[in-house]
Write a protein that binds this ligand. Structure first.
Ligand code: DAT
Ligand code: MG
Length: 148
């Protein structure tokens, strides 16, 4: 099944949103395959956001990602990449619909509390970057109650 990389950014951790964010993915029926808290080095943040390295906000973005620990997760499920992006909401929190994570919990672009992979290919790349040790494969007892 499809997997995506979800990361609670430093502001999400500091503001006590970890539990609320995890609950949205967990109660949807997605499976948690990997989770850890880590402090991000400048080099690692630059690798994660390499596609944006030419943007004027790149330096601030990297500083923000390194400003405190993040919570890194891998979630699995049918169409979890696209659905995860919907659960997260638009990049700019003021354009995010109420009911989405960014729509409900934040205001500014540079403090938008969460990251989610934007495509299946980038998810694979990001999971490799953040979880080189691999993730947990285990049978879910509720599987037949979530999928028909
Ligand atoms: P997303 O996080 O929704 O995938 P992105 O990959 O385009 O968005 O950008 C990564 C992060 O960079 C985003 O979460 C917030 C920041 N960012 C994007 N566009 C920005 C802008 N115009 N000004 C400041 N920060 C921006
Ligand atoms: Mg992105």
């Amino acid at each position: 099944m499809e997997q995506t990389y979800i990361m609670i950014k430093p502001d999400g951790v500091q503001r006590g949103l970890v539990g609320a964010i995890i609950a949205r993915f967990e109660t949807k029926g997605f499976y948690l395959r990997g989770m850890k808290m880590m402090s991000v080095t400048k080099e690692h943040a630059e690798k994660h956001y390499a596609d944006l390295s030419s943007k004027p906000f790149f330096g601030d973005l990297v500083d923000y990602m390194c400003s405190g620990p993040v919570v890194c997760m891998v979630w699995e499920g049918k169409e979890v990449v696209k659905t995860g992006r919907k659960i997260i909401g638009a990049t700019n929190p003021l354009a995010s619909e109420p009911g989405t994570i960014r729509g409900d919990y934040c205001i500014e672009l540079g403090r938008n509390v969460i990251h989610g992979s934007d495509a299946v290919d980038s998810a694979k790349h990001e999971i490799g970057l953040w979880f080189p040790e691999g993730v947990s494969e285990y049978a879910h007892t509720a599987h037949a109650w979530i999928y028909e």
